[in-house]
Each structure stands twice: as structure tokens, then as C-alpha cells.
Design a protein around this ligand. Structure first.
Ligand SMILES: [Zn+2]
Ligand SMILES: [Zn+2]
Length: 99
């Protein structure tokens, strides 16, 4: 299965490799999604996840949804994120539907 980085469109053969890529390539003091300066991208994306689904996807890649206590929901969430990445849903689709 191929996982496409939803930020730069690079393709990875595993979720773990994608995670390592995002940490190395997109964790440089600035959020790749909203451009906000942040020292802790996983913390930032987790905070923003409530209002923006792409931050939720980002936080799930970075933390593997570690902060979700319910194992069942955690598993479902990771599967959902994987589907989004494998299908490579365009970045603007979800935010458009919000309006
Ligand atoms: Zn990338
Ligand atoms: Zn952000």
C-alpha cells in the first residue's frame, strides 16, 4: 500500500515511513498547514485538530493518535487517516465542505 504525504505529495510504502518523513521534512518550527510558528508541531496539530480536520490528520500521523484513550476509537481513527492518505484526498476538499 502506498501512503502519500498530504503536504508535499511524496509517496511512502508504510505509515511509519510517512510519519518519519513528516517529522523530518515538515517539522521545522512552522506548521506546514497554517503557517503558524510552533516549537512543538504534534502539540500544535493536536490543539488545532478540533477546528480543522487536516490538523487532525497531521496529529494522527505524528502521534499515531496516542492521545485517544479509547483503543477502539484510536484504531478507527488511524484507519480513517490511512484511507485519507492512500486515496490522497485533495487538501481543499474537507475545508470547502465546512463552509
Ligand atoms: Zn511531505
Ligand atoms: Zn497549523
Amino acid at each position: 500500500m502506498e501512503y502519500k504525504c498530504f503536504i508535499c505529495k511524496n509517496i511512502f510504502d508504510s505509515f511509519r515511513n510517512l510519519k518519519i518523513h513528516v517529522i523530518r521534512a515538515h517539522n521545522n518550527g512552522q506548521c506546514p498547514l497554517c503557517g503558524k510558528e510552533t516549537k512543538n508541531l504534534s502539540m500544535h496539530s493536536k490543539m488545532m485538530a478540533k477546528s480543522d480536520p487536516w490538523h487532525l490528520v497531521l496529529s494522527c500521523i505524528l502521534t499515531e493518535c496516542d492521545y485517544i484513550n479509547d483503543d477502539e476509537i484510536k484504531r478507527m481513527m488511524i484507519n480513517l487517516v490511512k484511507i485519507v492518505l492512500v486515496e490522497s484526498v485533495p487538501l481543499d476538499i474537507i475545508s470547502k465542505e465546512e463552509n
